[in-house]
Ligand binder design. Structure first.
Ligand SMILES: NC(=O)c1ccc[n+]([C@@H]2O[C@H](COP(=O)([O-])OP(=O)(O)OC[C@H]3O[C@@H](n4cnc5c(N)ncnc54)[C@H](OP(=O)(O)O)[C@@H]3O)[C@@H](O)[C@H]2O)c1
Length: 385
């Protein structure tokens, strides 16, 4: 029996993780849950899974929980401190890092420092702090198992391979809602258009990142650090069916691929049970029904975000931190209807042209670049609006 905590339990990944854990209740015991503002859903999760410790972002939401009838069996915490206390709790074996954005960084780092097995969904942590997290994991013995479907695919393809034989790693992308649209059609597309992902049901931020293809750019940077690969070994192919999640090309010409149904429960379950496997929580993949698996090059004129992300990947140091920060502010502004879809690229590109790269090797440096870039991006948006 493993004790588990889910940070971001009220989100898309968090809820899928609880579905997986519910089916595998003979293997996993939920000890901790952390969420942002959705206190009502967290209250229902507490009733169902009976964790010992929970946390919410704001004190007022934690007070709402304290007023509920949970007996005294659950400790209710709040804020960054609360999430981090769960991440380092000595009784917890596995931390599912599923908070969205850089808000998940501190708790991911804490879990890694304390030697936990980390099922990592929060890709932004690896994007902004990849070298630091890898160094901390080496020191503490923490095992980081990717939850992102593409990275779970790469992880599985590489499982029995000698890394020196790997030539190229290809992450697939569905192409998002605008795969078939022209640049002109994309320009003024609405929030509803951009959130209408053809394959995956995800939180709003990652869905917009998928529409701009920044998501794939962030995933390239994530893969760089998760698998210790060089930027030129990483590539992307559009694969609209989202059945093949990753391809690994070996130097003898073999290409190893990982395929599965388009459902995050599969990589989540793999991350939790690794190195073992359990029965799938879904019907088997039937390729005779899917019939065709297509692959296309990314149209970089239509999706220039992928070039921006690649520049940040090549530059390293503070560039990925600035990219992520500008993206978080621009996506929020789009979701608040302050800018149109094509502005997201324009804003991030402007900020990245101005960014003076500097060395970041600790958490304070990273958070300082994040703060400064966000301020700069907000100021730029204010001047333009
Ligand atoms: N969804 C997917 O299929 C998918 C696939 C691969 C990778 N990922 C990655 O997984 C992460 C989560 O994605 P998602 O789609 O699950 O996002 P989501 O649905 O928006 O959920 C985000 C979760 O984080 C919580 N949260 C936000 N800010 C917080 C804070 N300051 N403190 C504590 N909790 C906070 C939210 O709480 P409230 O809702 O209570 O406010 C929610 O539980 C992202 O990094 C994403 O890129 C997602």
């Amino acid at each position: 029996m493993k004790n588990i905590a889910i940070l971001g339990s009220t989100g898309s990944i968090g809820r899928s993780t609880l579905d997986v854990v519910d089916l595998l209740s003979n293997r996993f015991n939920v000890i901790g849950l952390a969420a942002g503002r959705n206190s009502e859903l967290l209250a229902r999760q507490i009733k169902q899974f009976k964790p010992e410790i929970v946390s919410l972002e704001k004190e007022s939401d934690a007070d709402f929980l304290k007023a509920q009838d949970f007996s005294d069996s659950v400790r209710i915490l709040c804020g960054q401190e609360g999430t981090e206390e769960i991440a380092r709790n000595k009784d917890i074996d596995i931390i599912v890092a599923a908070i969205t954005g850089i808000s998940g960084l501190r708790s991911t780092i804490t879990a890694v420092k304390y030697g936990k097995k980390v099922a990592l969904a929060n890709k932004e942590s690896m994007v902004v702090a990849g070298p630091l997290i890898q160094k901390l994991a080496e020191e503490s013995g923490s095992q980081i198992i990717p939850v992102d479907s593409e990275h779970s695919g790469v992880f599985q393809c590489l499982a029995k391979e000698d890394k020196k034989n790997v030539k190229r790693v290809i992450l697939t992308a569905s192409g998002g809602p605008f795969f078939q649209s022209t640049k002109e059609e994309m320009k003024n597309s609405t929030i509803e258009d951009a959130l209408n992902h053809p394959r995956w049901e995800m939180g709003e931020k990652v869905t917009i990142d998928s529409a701009t293809m920044m998501n794939k750019g962030l995933e390239l940077i994530e893969a760089r650090w998760l698998f210790d690969l060089q930027p030129e070994q990483l590539d992307v192919l559009i694969h609209p069916q989202s059945i093949v999640h990753a391809l690994v090309e070996m130097r003898d010409g073999s290409v190893i691929a990982q395929l599965s149904q388009t459902d995050m429960k599969i990589p989540i379950q793999y991350a939790l049970t690794y190195p073992e496997r359990e029965e799938a929580p879904l019907p088997p993949l039937d390729l005779s029904k899917i019939r065709a698996l297509e692959f296309y090059e990314v149209d970089k004129e239509k999706f220039p975000m992928i070039l921006l992300a690649r520049e940040a990947l090549n530059e390293g140091d503070s560039a990925p931190v600035a990219l992520n920060a500008a993206n978080e502010v621009a996506v929020k502004a789009f979701l608040e209807k302050k800018i149109v879809f094509s502005d997201i690229f324009f804003v991030i590109n402007t900020i990245m042209r101005d960014h003076k790269k500097n060395h970041v090797d600790n958490l304070d440096d990273i958070l300082s670049v994040d703060r400064e870039t966000k301020l700069q991006t907000r100021n730029f948006l204010e001047q333009r609006l």
